[in-house]
Write a protein that binds this ligand. Structure first.
Ligand code: SRM
Ligand code: SF4
Length: 568
C-alpha cells in the first residue's frame, strides 16, 4: 500500500478523459435521459457548459417520480468583454431559439445562456463558434476568460485589451477534443507533448483566473483573481505591469481552512514579458497546487501554505529572470461609469446599468428588445463589464443621435433615477439554475435594495456610492467578500452579513451577523446606515467607517477572515 495521499476524484476523471473527451459524444447521443453521466458532467465544464436542473420544479418532479428537469448552461468566453453588434445579434437569436429568452452578463465579462436542452447543446456551441466566439475553457480546471477594464478607450486600454486576448489564446487548452466533439473537427494524430504543452494530462488542480487593470479603475477586481496585471503608465505610455497573485473568494460555511484572500503584489514585468509571466505562474500552480483536497486547491492556498516569498522565488526560477520591484499605483474605485463618456478618439461610450446582468424583456422595461434595435444600427462594439453591466461602446459622432434616440425611447438612461447603492450592486445567478445555491440572490437583491433605499433616502445618502453584493452561497461568484455590504446565502431566506470591505476591492470584509432572515435585513442594517450618515468623516467610505466605528475588525488577509467573528 502506498503512503501517497489519495488524489481528488476529479484528478482521475481528467487522467482517464483522453484530453477532455471522456464519453461526451456518446452521452450527447443518448436520448434516454436529458442528462449526462457524472464524469462527463465534470469534463463538460472544460468545454464551457454545465448540467443544471430547474430547482423551482425539482421537488414536484421528484414527487411525481420524474427525472430532474435537466438543461445546460453555456458560458461564452469574451476576453476583455468586447463583442461586435453582429455577435450580440447572434446571442440574442440563440437566447430565443435555444435558451430561456435571456442573456446573462457575468461578473467576468462573459455571456451565459441558461436552459438549453441536451438535444440543442451541440448545435448551440457550434453556432457560437460560427460567430467567432467560443466556450472552451470558460469553466473547468484551466485558465478562464481573461478580464480587463472595458472603458474608456485610449491607446493604453487598447494595448491592455490586446494583452488580455493574447493571454487568453496562449492559455487555451490545445486538445482537439473541443473541435472533434462540437465542431465535427477531424481526429488528428499527435504526440503527447503536442497535445497539451502547457497543462499536461491533468490540467490544473483547480480553476485559474486572470485579470488586467488600468488604475485608477479597479472595475475588474484584481484583488479577487489568481493572477493580475496592473498597468503602469508613465507619460501616457504603458511601461509595464505590476504582477499580483493569490486572490480568490470561494469558501465553505463552517470550514475555517477555507477563506477568501486578496491578491499580493509581487513585482513588475515589462509588457513583452506579460504572456510569459502568465504562463509561468500557471506552471507554478500546475506543479505545486493541491491535487488531493479540492477545497484547498486554488492558487491562493498554494501561496498561503508556502509563503509569498516562496512563490516569488519559484516564479523567478520558472521565468529564468527576476521580476523587478513593483511600481507605485493607486486605485480609487471598482464600480462602473454610467451614461455618456467621450473617448479621446472622438467616439463615445454609453455605460448601461443591467440589474443582475440579466438582459431580459419585462412588461415595463424592454431591455432585450432595446439592445437588439441598438445592435442593428450600432457602428461600434459592446463591452461587458466585470460588474455585470454593459457599455455601448465606440459610438461614432455621426451615429450618436441615432443611439441616443433609442436609449431615450426605451428609457435606458434610467441610471439617472437609480440610487448609487443600486448602481454599485452585484448579485450572482443563484436560484433557480445554480445547483450550489443555498438562498436567492439575483431574484432577491433588487427588493432588498429597494428597502434599503428608503433608509438611505431618509439619511440623505441616496447618491453616496456604497458597494453591495449578494451571493446565494459562499462560493462568492459576485465577489461579496470585498464589498462594503455583503450578503451570503446560508439557507432559504437566511444570509450571513459581512461588513468592512474596501471601497475599491482592496480589503476583505468580515462576518458581522450570522444567519439573518431576509425579512430582517432592513431593520438590522438601518442603525449602521444612520450612524454612518451622522458620524462619518469627510470622504470616508462606508466600509472604512464600519471598521473605524467598531462594527467589525479589519481583515488583514486570508485566515484572518475568520478571526473575531460571531458564531452561529
Ligand atoms: Fe462562479 C461555481 C456562476 C464568477 C467562484 N459559478 C459556479 C457555478 C458554475 C455553479 C456550479 O459549479 O455548479 C455557477 C453557475 C450558476 C448559473 O446558474 O449560471 C457560477 N460564477 C458564476 C457567474 C455566472 C456569476 C454571475 O452572476 O455573474 C460568474 C461567471 C463568471 C465567468 O464568466 O466566468 C461567476 N465565480 C465567479 C467569481 C467572480 C470572479 O471570478 O471574479 C467567483 C469568485 C472568485 C474566485 O474564483 O475565487 C466564483 N463559482 C465560484 C466557485 C468557488 C471557487 C472556489 O475557489 O472555491 C464555484 C464553485 C466551485 O468552483 O466549486 C463557482
Ligand atoms: Fe451559485 Fe453560489 Fe455562485 Fe451564487 S455564489 S452563482 S449560488 S455557486
Amino acid at each position: 500500500m502506498s503512503n501517497e495521499p489519495k488524489l481528488a476524484a476529479n484528478e482521475g476523471i481528467k487522467t482517464r478523459s483522453n484530453y477532455l473527451r471522456g464519453s461526451i459524444t456518446e452521452g450527447l447521443n443518448d436520448r434516454s435521459t436529458g442528462g449526462m453521466c457524472e464524469d462527463d458532467q465534470q469534463l463538460l465544464k472544460f468545454h464551457g457548459t454545465y448540467q443544471q436542473d430547474d430547482r423551482d420544479i425539482r421537488a414536484g418532479r421528484r414527487k411525481n417520480k420524474l427525472e430532474k428537469a435537466y438543461s445546460f448552461m453555456i458560458r461564452i468566453r469574451v476576453p476583455g468583454g468586447v463583442t461586435t453588434p453582429a455577435q450580440w445579434l447572434e446571442c440574442d437569436r440563440m437566447a430565443s431559439e435555444y435558451a430561456n429568452e435571456t442573456i446573462k452578463l457575468t461578473t467576468r465579462q462573459a455571456y451565459q445562456f441558461h436552459g438549453i436542452i441536451k438535444s440543442n447543446l451541440k448545435r448551440t456551441i457550434k453556432e457560437i463558434n460560427d460567430t467567432t466566439m467560443d466556450t472552451i475553457a470558460a469553466c473547468g480546471d484551466v485558465n478562464r476568460n481573461v478580464m480587463c477594464n472595458p472603458a474608456p478607450t485610449s491607446p493604453v486600454h487598447e494595448e491592455v485589451l490586446e494583452l488580455s486576448r493574447a493571454i487568453n489564446t496562449h492559455l487555451t487548452p490545445a486538445t482537439r477534443a473541443y473541435h472533434e466533439i462540437w465542431l465535427d473537427g477531424e481526429k488528428v494524430e499527435s504526440s503527447e507533448e503536442d497535445i497539451e504543452p502547457i497543462y499536461g494530462k491533468t490540467y490544473l488542480p483547480r480553476k485559474f483566473k486572470i485579470t488586467i487593470a488600468v488604475p485608477p479603475s479597479n472595475d475588474v477586481d484584481i484583488y479577487a483573481n489568481d493572477l493580475s496585471f496592473i498597468a503602469i503608465v508613465e507619460d501616457e505610455k504603458l511601461v509595464g505591469y505590476n504582477v499580483a497573485v493569490g486572490g480568490g473568494m470561494g469558501m465553505t460555511h463552517g470550514v475555517d481552512e477555507t477563506y477568501p484572500c486578496v491578491a499580493h503584489v509581487i513585482g513588475f514585468c515589462k509588457p513583452e514579458q506579460a504572456v510569459d509571466v502568465a504562463e509561468k505562474v500557471v506552471l507554478v500552480q500546475r506543479d505545486h497546487g493541491n491535487r488531493v483536497n479540492r477545497k484547498r486547491a486554488r492558487f491562493k492556498y498554494t501561496i498561503d501554505d508556502r509563503g509569498v516569498d516562496w512563490v516569488k522565488a519559484e516564479l523567478n526560477k520558472y521565468l529564468g529572470y527576476d521580476l523587478e520591484e513593483a511600481r507605485h499605483f493607486e486605485f480609487t474605485h471598482n464600480g462602473d461609469r454610467y451614461g455618456w463618456l467621450e473617448n479621446n478618439d472622438e467616439t463615445y461610450h454609453f455605460g448601461l446599468f443591467v440589474q443582475g446582468g440579466r438582459v431580459v424583456d419585462t412588461e415595463e422595461y424592454k431591455l432585450r428588445t432595446a439592445l437588439r434595435e441598438i445592435a442593428k444600427v450600432h457602428d461600434g462594439d459592446f463591452r461587458l463589464t466585470g460588474n455585470q453591466n454593459l457599455v455601448i461602446a465606440r459610438v461614432s459622432k455621426a451615429n450618436r443621435p441615432v443611439i441616443e434616440k433609442l436609449i431615450s425611447d426605451y428609457k435606458l438612461d434610467d441610471h439617472l433615477h437609480r440610487s448609487a447603492l443600486r448602481l454599485n450592486s452585484i448579485a450572482c445567478v443563484s436560484l433557480p439554475t445554480c445547483g450550489l445555491a443555498l438562498a436567492e440572490s439575483e431574484r432577491y437583491l433588487p427588493s432588498v435594495i429597494t428597502d434599503l433605499e428608503e433608509v438611505l433616502e431618509k439619511h440623505g445618502l441616496r447618491h453616496d456610492a456604497i458597494t453591495i453584493r449578494m451571493t446565494g452561497c459562499p462560493n462568492g461568484c459576485g465577489r461579496p467578500f470585498i464589498s462594503e455590504i455583503g450578503f451570503v446565502g446560508k439557507g432559504p431566506n437566511r444570509y450571513n452579513l459581512y461588513l468592512g470591505g474596501g471601497f475599491w476591492g482592496q480589503r476583505l470584509s468580515k462576518l458581522w451577523k450570522v444567519d439573518v432572515s431576509g425579512d430582517d435585513i432592513k431593520e438590522v442594517l438601518s442603525p449602521v446606515i444612520e450612524d454612518y450618515a451622522k458620524n462619518r468623516l469627510e470622504g470616508e467610505h462606508f466600509g472604512d467607517f464600519t471598521v473605524r466605528a467598531g462594527y467589525v475588525k479589519a481583515t488583514v488577509n486570508g485566515p484572518d477572515f475568520h478571526l473575531d467573528t460571531p458564531k452561529a
